[in-house]
Design a binder for this molecule. Structure first.
Ligand code: SAM
Length: 275
């Protein structure tokens, strides 16, 4: 007889307001054999409040490598688990991706039970373009990885969302200003869904100055507007096209650069690339 594998539910929990735990999340947490939590002491009150009797098992960055194979074996054996993090959606700057990948590789069904995430709450409350965005999580604190991420946000043509520790908000905004994003609109979303929820809006430079003087209190998400497209007139576009051709780009690549980077109309880019 073959045993049907269990399911790994990826369950979002509140990021502040306890009312944000969905009915389906509660039902799921009550139904599973065990709840895998980043910090069992932190999550126990939430589960007790909702009458969840399932066993709590610690699953965090320090034991995930060791415990993942054991947990997957139990899933394959027919048990079901709910993975939660301290707050919000697991895997989003939180542990879980290793387990999800291993479960999928073992043929176990992975079912998301969506809910709160600071990333989306900040984005939709920011007023900045939410059609297209890149999530950067926490930036590296120093070194090349940080320089590259800051430069990437500086050049990004659409919205960037990042998490940051309160004490580092001023420095990160200042670094972004130095990377050319100083005049872009930004929003510092603080204490989302909590009593002192706040959206501070301004340019990156002005917010940087303010938070260098005084770090925000509580948890924050930074949302940065994308760079305005370069608006070049025909003469400037011609010079750019010649320079690109001199660099060895094909006419086709020149058209692509002029239309994507400089937002030139396609027929004009085509003509300049072939002049
Ligand atoms: N997995 C979580 C999620 O889905 O939002 C994020 C976990 S990450 C370890 C924690 C970071 O998320 C915080 O440093 C902060 O940047 C952001 N965050 C979490 N809750 C927040 C809240 N209520 N208000 C603002 N930012 C929050």
């Amino acid at each position: 007889m073959t045993v049907a594998a269990g399911t790994l539910f990826v369950v979002s929990t509140p990021i502040g307001n306890l009312g944000d735990l969905s009915e389906r999340a509660i039902a799921t947490l009550r139904s599973v054999n065990a709840v895998l939590a980043e910090d069992t002491r932190h999550s126990r009150p939430l589960l007790e409040r909702h009458g969840v009797a399932a066993k709590l098992v610690a699953y965090h960055e320090h034991n995930e490598a060791k415990t993942t194979p054991l947990l997957v074996a139990r899933l394959v054996g027919g048990e079901s688990f709910a993975l939660i993090s301290d707050a919000g959606t697991p895997l989003i700057s939180d542990p879980g991706s290793r387990l999800v990948r291993a479960a999928i590789d073992a043929g176990v069904v992975v079912a998301p039970v969506p809910g709160a995430s600071a990333l989306l709450a900040a984005l939709v409350g920011s007023g900045l373009d939410a059609e297209r965005f890149t999530f950067f999580g926490f930036l590296a604190r120093k070194g090349r990885a940080r320089t590259e991420a800051v430069a990437a946000i500086g050049a990004l043509a659409h919205t960037a969302v990042l998490y940051e520790a309160p004490a580092r908000v001023g420095e990160t905004l200042a670094d972004l200003a130095t990377a050319g994003a100083g005049d872009r609109q930004a929003v510092v979303a603080r204490e989302l869904t909590k009593q002192f929820e706040e959206f501070r809006r301004g340019t990156v430079r002005v917010l940087a100055e303010s938070y260098m003087n005084e770090a925000p209190r509580g948890e924050v998400v930074l949302v940065i507007a994308g760079a305005e497209p370069m608006v070049l007139d025909e003469d400037a576009l011609r010079i750019r096209a010649r320079a690109l051709r001199a660099d060895g780009l094909s006419a086709r690549d020149v058209v692509r650069v002029l239309t994507e980077e400089a937002q030139a109309p396609r027929n004009l880019a085509y003509r300049l690339a072939h002049e």
